[in-house]
Write a protein that binds this ligand. Structure first.
Ligand SMILES: *[C@@H]1O[C@H](CO)[C@@H](O)[C@H](O)[C@H]1NC(C)=O
Ligand SMILES: *[C@@H]1O[C@H](CO)[C@@H](O)[C@H](O)[C@H]1NC(C)=O
Ligand SMILES: *[C@@H]1O[C@H](CO)[C@@H](O)[C@H](O)[C@H]1NC(C)=O
Ligand SMILES: *[C@@H]1O[C@H](CO)[C@@H](O)[C@H](O)[C@H]1NC(C)=O
Length: 394
């Protein structure tokens, strides 16, 4: 226990806490618990000089480039949109009629990245930007060999066909906030067509409050592995596994590409931080390409620029900043579902509740330096007020 590594860890935790306190003056918290208390684990850099308009207005570079052969012939990069909806009550129409959000949302860009996106033009552009918005410092061979494996129709669309009678796809995103303790929202949550969960999504013992259905589990390799460590004592001992679960990789580091590639190939991670890790340990025995989705770095860039452009970016901690995992999942669902409810996210009454719904005793929300936990709840509140999504509050 007295090893230098432990001492270093403790020091980093203390440093992290000190930064939090300095930065926000008080505790307030993250849904994304797993974003490390160890700031060095997420070394992300934001491009500072690019214009927000650049984020999506001209879609992808490489879009007009000749198509290459693969198993998804009928899918051109233009068809990155989820299938056009017949839903008469889609949040898209609410967005379009909203003077503010109408300008912020762009439903035409890609949400997911797949093999067709890997063109010389895309490489040239994204290698100038740091993760998670680009590929700066990442080896061409790692990116290309990973993306090459994402050629399945399931890698192109987030949502598959559903059979809702009115044609509306209903989604729920479930954060891990203390507001869900004693909420009795389990049935309501499970009634949605697709349920998104993330990080330390403890279910056992909380079925009545959070439900059991999982369509998507979203994470970075860093938050996933941190969750297994931090929440093991609450029963989060395994990443959710089931035939119907799909995994959404947030590309925050080289680790994410390496883990994704190794999973699809069914081999241990060959190098780097997770060297030797068996992907089956996390995702179960079937790790075929259909199980995985990779968020497009351009989508990450767009949603940060348009929705969560935090002032932290301009601070000395700017390079650590990234929207929380919950925020990324919520914004992903907002760009793909017809109707959306958010559960377990921070609301005005957060002081009434513990950090997580599964805490053994009440704990204040914890602020992490790498997320903006003031900006995010403001956005959820505005989206709720505008009728674009439903935010569970009590
Ligand atoms: C596209 O392919 C055609 C024929 O295969 C070729 O003539 C043309 O130069 C290609 N265009 C680009 C932009 O690569
Ligand atoms: C669609 O995806 C959901 C969630 O992953 C899954 O439960 C369902 O079986 C899928 N349906 C079809 C038709 O593939
Ligand atoms: C693996 O899962 C996918 C998606 O559910 C399914 O289509 C495929 O048949 C499964 N493969 C095996 C070998 O079970
Ligand atoms: C969860 O709710 C129960 C009853 O509503 C309460 O007794 C308990 O203290 C709550 N747990 C936390 C961590 O707040």
């Amino acid at each position: 226990m007295g090893s230098p590594r432990w001492k270093r860890l403790c020091l980093l935790v203390l440093l992290g806490l000190a930064f939090s306190v300095l930065f926000y003056g008080h505790y307030y918290g993250a849904e994304s618990p797993t974003s490390p208390r160890l700031p060095q684990q997420e070394t992300l850099q934001l491009p500072q000089a690019e214009l927000p308009q650049d984020a999506r207005s001209h879609h992808l570079v490489g879009e007009r480039v000749n198509q290459t052969k693969d198993s998804s012939k009928e899918e051109s990069p233009h068809h990155h949109k989820e299938k056009s909806s017949l839903c008469p009550w889609s949040l898209k129409s609410k967005v379009k009629n909203d003077p503010t959000f109408g300008k912020q949302f762009d439903f035409d860009g890609p949400v997911l990245m797949w093999n067709r996106h890997f063109t010389p033009e895309t490489w040239k552009k994204l290698k100038e930007r740091s993760v998670p918005y680009g590929w700066r410092g990442l080896p061409h061979s790692v990116i290309s060999s990973t993306l090459q494996l994402l050629s399945n129709a399931a890698n192109i669309r987030l949502l598959n066909e559903t059979t809702s009678p009115d044609g509306c796809v209903r989604c729920a995103v479930v954060g891990n906030g203390g507001i869900l303790n004693g909420s009795h929202q389990g049935k309501e949550i499970d009634a949605h067509d697709f349920v998104f969960r993330l990080n330390g999504a403890v279910i056992k013992g909380f079925e009545a409050d959070v439900g059991t259905k999982i369509s998507f589990y979203g994470f970075t390799v860093n938050t996933m592995k941190n969750s297994l460590i931090a929440y093991a004592e609450y029963g989060f001992t395994q990443i959710p596994q089931a035939k119907d679960i799909r995994y959404i990789f947030i590309p925050s580091d080289k680790r994410d590409y390496l883990m994704l590639k190794s999973a699809i190939l069914g081999i241990p991670v060959p190098e780097g931080y997770d060297k030797g890790d068996k992907p089956q340990k996390y995702f179960g025995s079937n790790t075929s390409a259909e199980k995985f989705k990779l968020l497009h770095p351009e989508f990450m860039y767009y949603l940060t620029e348009r929705f969560l452009k935090s002032e932290i970016i301009n601070s000395q901690f700017g390079h650590l900043y990234m929207p929380s995992t919950g925020a990324i999942m919520l914004l992903t669902a907002l760009h793909t579902c017809d109707q959306l409810s958010a559960f377990g996210f921070i609301t005005d009454s957060y002081r009434t509740f513990s950090d997580h719904y599964y805490d053994h005793e009440k704990k204040p929300l914890v602020f992490y330096t790498n997320h903006d936990m003031l900006l995010e709840p403001e956005l959820w509140k505005s989206l709720h007020r505008a009728g674009i999504m439903k935010l569970y509050q009590r």
